[in-house]
Ligand binder design. Structure first.
Ligand SMILES: Nc1nc2c(c(=O)[nH]1)N[C@H]1C(S)=C(S)[C@@H](COP(=O)(O)OP(=O)(O)OC[C@H]3O[C@@H](n4cnc5c(N)ncnc54)[C@H](O)[C@@H]3O)O[C@H]1N2
Ligand code: MOO
Length: 331
């Protein structure tokens, strides 16, 4: 059976689905839709219908197994939404998921793709692993036709349930104590003013983390190592070593970090800017070597990994190697 049209007095149409657009004409002032096809008629709208001369309207009767677009969109949104997300009310067949907190957005791309393979079902998201703020829209669901077959919604639900994690969720940021070791003889000897400290301070503050201290290490490998060790001994959750990441003889940072016996996940990333970034773990504490570009580029590979580390993730080598695709920002 298929949905059908029925004529009803407008006073009896509350809760029913309008089967066609209704145009309002205010001579010389306005001509446009008052209500659109698919609108669900509300009690307080009866006078509006009557004021444009509509005592009777056509409504749509859904057949068994059919859903209105709003209900379909809501079902999809509920199926994909996970912790720390909220849904808007459906409107014109669309539901928006927004973040309840500042945090890291996690989206399972493969299940989003699979849901979008279901005929005329739509899930649209921000990319996974980006930082989001409280109230920010992170995903939306809709269906294309006004009337949607319920069995397709069952397919969407089955896909959404196919893993033990939600399709879309937000992970909170932890508040880390961060040690900063600044390399460079020009900084140590006061030949130029340090610009890394304020940049790092601002980036961390935005996520609620704290710089527990910043030390200067010149270009001396042993000093760099001693200062990293000292921060870890004093309970740092993350150590950032600035500068000295390139190939000049005075660039000691990668050798210093590796020489500590740290587990080096990667020296070098396929994202520009930030290709000279190093990611390592020393006694389980993430230690990052930050290249000079972090000072002046707002979005480097460091800015990609910082929110993930703050959300408690351990960076793996494949997280680094995947950055190249779509990773050319500037250089
Ligand atoms: N031959 C090559 N040269 C460079 C390469 C390369 O692959 N081969 N990579 C380039 C890229 S990409 C980057 S990024 C930078 C990496 O720079 P470093 O991390 O080695 O940075 P430094 O050499 O230490 O400094 C660069 C520049 O920034 C100034 N600086 C450093 N620290 C501070 C600070 N705390 N405050 C203010 N200014 C700072 C420093 O004085 C230099 O002028 O290498 C490229 N080169
Ligand atoms: O490591 Mo450089 O980072 O690409 O500008």
């Amino acid at each position: 059976m298929k949905s059908s049209l029925k004529e009803v007095p407008v006073t009896e149409a509350v809760g029913m689905v309008l089967a066609h657009d209704l145009t309002q004409v205010l001579p010389g002032r306005y001509k446009g839709p008052l209500f659109r096809k698919g609108h669900i008629i509300q009690e307080d709208e009866i006078d509006d219908f009557l004021s444009i001369g509509k005592e009777h309207i056509y409504v749509m009767e859904l057949a068994p197994g059919e859903m209105h677009e709003n209900d379909a969109a809501l079902s999809i949104a509920r199926a994909v939404s996970g912790s720390r997300t909220s849904l808007t009310k459906p409107r014109e067949g669309k539901v928006t998921l927004s973040a309840d907190i500042d945090g890291l957005l996690k989206v399972d791309a493969s299940r989003v793709h699979a849901i979008n393979e279901v005929e005329q079902a739509v899930v649209s998201t921000l990319p996974s692993d980006v930082p989001v703020t409280e109230g920010q829209p992170v995903a939306a669901s809709r269906v294309i036709p006004l009337i949607y077959p319920e069995d397709r919604i069952q397919s969407v639900k089955a896909i959404a349930r196919a893993a033990d994690r939600p399709v879309v969720e937000v992970h909170p940021f932890r508040k880390l104590q961060v040690g900063v070791v600044t390399t460079g003889s020009e900084i140590y000897h006061g030949r130029i003013r340090d610009r890394f400290g304020p940049v790092i301070q601002e980036k961390l503050q935005a996520y609620g983390s704290v710089v527990m201290g910043q030390t200067l290490a010149g270009d001396d490998k042993e000093w760099i190592q001693a200062q990293i060790r000292s921060f870890v001994d004093r309970g740092a959750d993350l150590v950032l070593v600035t500068g000295g990441m390139s190939v000049d003889p005075d660039d000691r940072t990668p050798g210093a970090i590796a020489g500590l016996g740290a587990e080096v996940v990667s020296y070098g990333t396929p994202m520009l800017p930030g290709s000279m970034l190093m990611i390592a773990y020393y006694r389980e504490v993430p230690v990052l070597g930050l290249p000079g570009c972090v000072i002046h580029d707002a979005h480097t590979s460091f800015d990609v990994f910082l929110p993930r580390i703050l959300a408690g993730e351990k960076v793996r080598r494949e997280d680094v190697t995947r950055l190249g695709y779509g990773g050319l920002h500037s250089c």
